[in-house]
Design a protein around this ligand. Sequence first.
Ligand SMILES: Cc1cc2nc3c(=O)[nH]c(=O)nc-3n(C[C@H](O)[C@H](O)[C@H](O)COP(=O)(O)O)c2cc1C
Length: 163
Amino acid sequence: MKKLAKNKVLCMQPVPKTLVSCRDKDGKNNALVVGFTANVSLDPAMVMVGIVPTRYSHHMVKESGCFVINLPKKGYEKEYNYLGSASGRDEDKFEKMNIQWKDAEYVNAPIMTDCPVSIECSVIESTMPGTHELFIGKVEAVHVDEEYLDEKGNILWDKMDLM
Ligand SMILES: Cc1cc2nc3c(=O)[nH]c(=O)nc-3n(C[C@H](O)[C@H](O)[C@H](O)COP(=O)(O)O)c2cc1C
């Protein structure tokens, strides 16, 4: 094994592919690709997303105090690549890509309905140790397509063809 220079280790891989959706105070929806995600707590359930302050989505999460984590399936590559490169500052990304969505139930943000899993979160705290502001979100609700649930309500992760 070879020891790399610290600056070569940008982040651990692989990371789950996630799309974080959010909404501004005027009701405009947006979403971006977030690789900096993590589980934080089981009970109460908490997760974390890291968003760079220069992203257009950053002020939306900051102001609304909430976000939704959506896990995309294979076949969603075109939308994923676009949402991870274009900025809501320049165009309406939902309109441009015809992103299918509905209102979340507990937070003021859109759920991306083509994704089999969506996790509604309220920000309980944030910290900025480096490049990304880490938003810790309390999980308010988890939505899963029924075909990926067993009779006890357990999520069948292996059955899901995630990206
Ligand atoms: C694979 C991948 C991972 C990314 N991870 C993050 C991330 O963790 N945090 C972040 O702020 N931006 C991340 N980005 C960049 C944003 O998704 C990208 O800059 C996006 O266009 C920002 O959109 P917005 O300006 O509409 O918010 C990632 C992009 C890609 C392709």
